[in-house]
Design a protein around this ligand. Structure first.
Ligand code: NDP
Ligand code: 2IT
Length: 449
């Protein structure tokens, strides 16, 4: 085991996020490797850490002042063993090969857990959408798709949204794909409702995470009703996490963006959430404005000199990190525990550092890794693909019921796998083992390819 980790680190020494994601999975699947020695014989681990394909390309575009910019575009086609590559596109200045490889690696196991036939991929660009006009966003998306279109398709690779990519960007990307390919087909998910999108796709990641959290609480005879919750981020995942938490009677007291966070002791109600949606999705403003509008709420600016994030240091029972990777470190985890947290359900991908995860597991709180708890988004993307193939659209209730069923099934799968391998109640172990076994069995069936 250490051999393969060392090999990976020596080969690509600067890909620290990728190393983090791989180490977490490979450490937890150790008992599977011991039970099935032929997995090692088939060089399964070596194959899993090598993407089937990495595409990197130039994305030139012209801003509103006629200045030419060049960004880097990527698509990591990690594994197609269970279905066409599937996973989001991220537009954020921090995007690099390491971050996209970690996301693609996680996606392979997450998609396997959904029970739907989807392989794993991820892509994006180091383009920074902040402060850019709609016209600039459109030109960027068009240029990005002018290269990406060669590598994707409804039976090959089906991208979707992630940080910085929502309905607006999917629209521009789809328009260019359709023009270049001369066909209307379900090449992207997260499309708008009027032209092939699925009901409940915008809500799916946040709703799915809350469904998963409810399942976890039910194992201890509890529910979300009346529980104080911390939510980070204020984008797609955070907004619909808050919406479902409000519906189930929880009290959400925080939201954030990269500039800072708000703390509203009275709780964010449906009216205040509506303000956040308009602020973030239409005006594309900052979360600071929440505290200007609701004067009883506090706004605290991000202080990067601190060794912890004060947002995770309020009394609360549940936390739903929904912004980005490594947003909860060991200090934050200790603060959460000291303030009475009993559940952490990850909306973001890999938001907790390995040290933080260890603290959650040692303290035996209900901890759900993102590849299980945030799988609702890609699951409904899978349902969007099915609806597109059949040229029909299911009603809201049908999609929502399927989403609930999938989250319930992932929850059970995690618990069953954890128990089978001697670590009952450990969702990290359960998710990694169940995803891994499904992917690896498919790889063995399909031979050395
Ligand atoms: P959005 O772009 O809609 O929102 C992202 C939010 O996180 C914003 O509030 C943003 O603040 C904040 N954020 C982003 N980067 C940072 C950073 N480096 N530090 C602090 N805050 C940051 O993205 P999503 O809501 O779609 O995605 C959020 C997380 O959920 C990501 O980890 C994503 O991979 C994951 N996810 C998303 C799914 C989906 O369906 N969209 C599905 C499964 C997981 P700011 O506006 O300042 O940038
Ligand atoms: O991380 C994720 O699962 C996503 N960004 C959603 C991917 C998708 O294809 O819907």
């Amino acid at each position: 085991m250490t051999d393969i980790i060392l090999y990976m680190k020596n080969r690509d020494p600067f890909e620290k996020e990728f190393h983090q994601a791989v180490e977490e999975v490979f450490e937890t699947v150790q008992p599977v490797l011991e039970r099935y020695p032929d997995y090692r014989q088939a060089a399964i681990l070596e194959r899993l850490i090598e993407p089937e394909r990495v595409i990197q390309f130039r994305v030139p575009w012209v801003d509103d002042e006629s200045q030419v910019h060049v960004n880097r575009g990527y698509r990591i086609q990690m594994s197609s063993v269970i279905g066409p590559y599937k996973g989001g596109l991220r537009f954020h200045p921090s995007v690099n090969l390491s971050i996209l490889k970690f996301l693609a690696f996680e996606q392979v196991f997450k998609n396997a857990l959904t029970t739907l036939p989807m392989g794993g991929g991820k892509g994006g660009s180091d383009f920074n959408p902040k402060g850019r006009s709609d016209q600039e966003i459109m030109r960027f998306c068009q240029s990005f798709m002018m290269e990406l279109f060669r590598h994707v398709g409804p039976n090959t690779d089906v991208p979707a949204g992630d940080i910085g990519v929502g309905a607006r960007e999917i629209g521009y990307l789809f328009g260019m794909y359709k023009k270049l390919r001369y066909e209307f087909t379900g090449v992207l998910t997260g499309k708008s409702l009027g032209w092939g999108g699925s009901l409940v796709r915008p809500e799916a990641t946040g709703f799915g995470n809350v469904y998963f959290a409810s399942e976890m609480l039910a194992t201890r005879g509890e529910s979300l009703k009346g529980k104080i919750c911390l939510v980070s981020g204020s984008g797609n995942v955070a907004q619909y996490t808050v919406e479902k938490l409000i519906e189930l009677g929880a009290r959400v007291v925080t939201l954030s963006d990269s500039s800072g966070y708000i703390y509203d002791e009275d709780g964010i109600d449906a009216r205040k959430l509506d303000f956040v949606k308009r602020l973030k999705n239409e005006r594309r403003g900052r979360i600071r404005e929440y505290a200007d509008k609701y004067s009883k709420a506090a706004y605290i600016e991000t202080d990067s000199t601190l060794d912890h994030n004060p947002m995770w240091n309020y009394p609360a029972k549940c936390a739903f990190p929904s912004a980005t990777q490594n947003e909860i470190n060991d200090k934050d985890a200790c603060n959460l525990i000291n303030r009475g947290i009993s559940l952490v359900s990850e909306g973001a991908n890999m938001p907790s550092t390995p040290e933080a995860i260890k603290i959650f597991i040692d303290k035996k709180i209900l901890y759900a890794p993102g590849k299980a708890s945030n799988a609702g988004g890609v699951a409904v993307s899978g349902l969007e693909m099915s609806q597109n193939s059949m040229r029909i659209s299911w009603p809201r209730e049908e999609v929502d019921n399927r989403l609930k069923g999938i989250m319930k099934s992932i929850h059970k799968t995690c618990l069953d796998a954890a128990a089978e391998y001697g670590d009952p109640g450990n969702y990290l172990v359960g998710a990694n083992i169940a995803g891994f076994v499904k992917v690896v069995n498919a790889m063995i069936d399909q031979g050395v390819v």
